[in-house]
Design a protein around this ligand. Structure first.
Ligand code: PMP
Ligand code: GLN
Length: 388
């Protein structure tokens, strides 16, 4: 067996969702909305199954979808992408990440990553033979620091993997941080794989800035998106990868033997959905922001200490003021005694983890959030939340 995968524990998302099911807990762990998603988009998929073509779509994706992706990013992020040579459809952002990391890393290449890191990154880098050089980002801002970048970047660095907006910290990198990273990439001739699946879920009037748009980054950035996140249909697993032609050709080489294609009915529906009005996207953001505010107000009232959530479906609580030093133990108590599943943020670190931050998903109905708040109880009022 290959130790990279055979020795891996089951992902924290699956573990916590399993516990929530077994214990009848409210699941604020794994990130997914609890509404059915946009009906018109789902209807397009259903119609495409019944009336459309269900045979193998083209390996790079349906031309209609690749065109819609290029048009979408031109409109929303002012990117100029050639749908023929710079856009590919994958089975979720996860497959886009796998195709990019397996094709762009050669054994021995150094790869810079930032923790907290999404759980797929490190095993894929290791499987490709890459040598990970991890920079730990710290709460509350989870920002980049020049000295830390200078310690890991060198002429051996081939790739950097960035997630922005960042899951699980719910932070968005500042323009200065993006510019700093771009300077390191251009100085050391490094390719950036930028996981931007949360690009549409940013709050308080912020606009997503794609790393690809920074000076010197256009032809050295691989941008990754996910229709699952854009439409709140996380089970669909339709992803996109965008990169200059030489990079995209290599990534397609891996994609053809990972999945080759993605269900055509879903591709058709996503092509339709990407053309939805600006009002649709701003209403979606406003809806998630209202849920974030509902959960944060309820938690603050009950005496929990919160970190700011600038994007994603997530809000983090700082458990240190409650006297807890172990987020895993806290989440275990939360799900078993209080009936609410959450995610310990230490699961997103490789070494020297942050252990006092716990992630909650607010992409839920008001009734679900209120029920979870009732179960969480009163941290300030001594209902069992002070560590001994
Ligand atoms: N990257 C990040 C940062 C994510 O949060 C997720 C899913 N939540 C993914 C990738 C995977 O996306 P998909 O479901 O499209 O594979
Ligand atoms: N990305 C989702 C989250 O962060 C989970 C995805 C998964 O379960 N693999 O919760």
């Amino acid at each position: 067996m290959n130790p990279v995968f055979a020795t891996l524990p089951t992902t924290i998302f699956t573990v916590m969702s399993g516990l929530a099911r077994d214990l009848g807990a409210i699941n604020l762990g794994q990130g997914f909305p609890d509404d059915p998603g946009p009906e018109d988009v789902r209807r397009r998929a259903a119609e495409a199954v019944l009336d459309g073509d269900n045979q193998y779509p083209p390996m790079l994706g349906l031309p209609a979808l690749r065109g819609a992706i290029a048009a979408h990013y031109r409109h929303h992020q002012a990117l100029d992408l050639d749908p023929q040579t710079e856009v590919m459809v994958t089975s979720g952002a996860t497959e886009a990440l796998a195709s990019a990391l397996l094709s762009l890393i050669a054994p021995g290449d150094e790869v810079v990553l930032f923790a907290p890191l999404y759980d797929a990154y490190l095993p894929l880098v290791r499987q490709a033979g890459g040598v990970p050089r991890i920079v730990n980002l710290r709460p509350p801002h989870f920002g980049l620091e020049e000295e830390a970048l200078a310690r890991v970047f060198s002429d051996r660095t081939k790739l950097v993997v960035l997630n922005n907006p960042l899951n699980p910290s719910a932070t968005v990198l500042s323009g200065e941080d993006l510019a700093l990273l771009a300077r390191f990439c251009t100085r050391h001739d490094v390719t950036a794989v930028c996981d931007e699946v949360w690009e549409h879920i940013v709050f308080d009037g912020a606009a997503h800035v794609p790393l690809m748009a920074l000076p010197g980054m256009r032809n050295r950035t691989v941008k990754i998106g996910s229709a699952g996140k854009i439409f709140g249909l996380t089970g669909w697993k339709v992803g996109f990868v965008m990169a200059a032609p030489p990079l995209l050709r290599a990534i397609a080489g891996a994609h053809q033997f990972l999945t080759f294609t993605t269900a055509p009915c879903l591709q058709e529906a996503v092509a339709y959905g990407l053309g939805k009005s600006d009002a649709y996207f701003s209403e979606m953001r406003a809806r998630f922001a209202r849920s974030r505010d509902r959960l944060s107000a309820g938690l603050a009232e009950r005496g929990f200490t919160l970190l700011q959530s600038a994007g994603t479906y997530f809000l983090n609580i700082d458990i240190a003021p409650l006297g807890f030093t172990d987020d895993v133990a806290f989440c275990d108590t939360l799900v078993r005694r209080h009936g609410v599943a959450a995610i310990p943020v230490s699961a997103f670190y490789d070494a020297d983890p942050v252990r006092h931050v716990v992630r909650l998903c607010f992409a839920k109905s008001d009734a679900t959030l209120d029920a979870a708040l009732d179960r969480l109880g009163d941290a300030a009022g001594g209902t069992g939340w002070r560590a001994a």
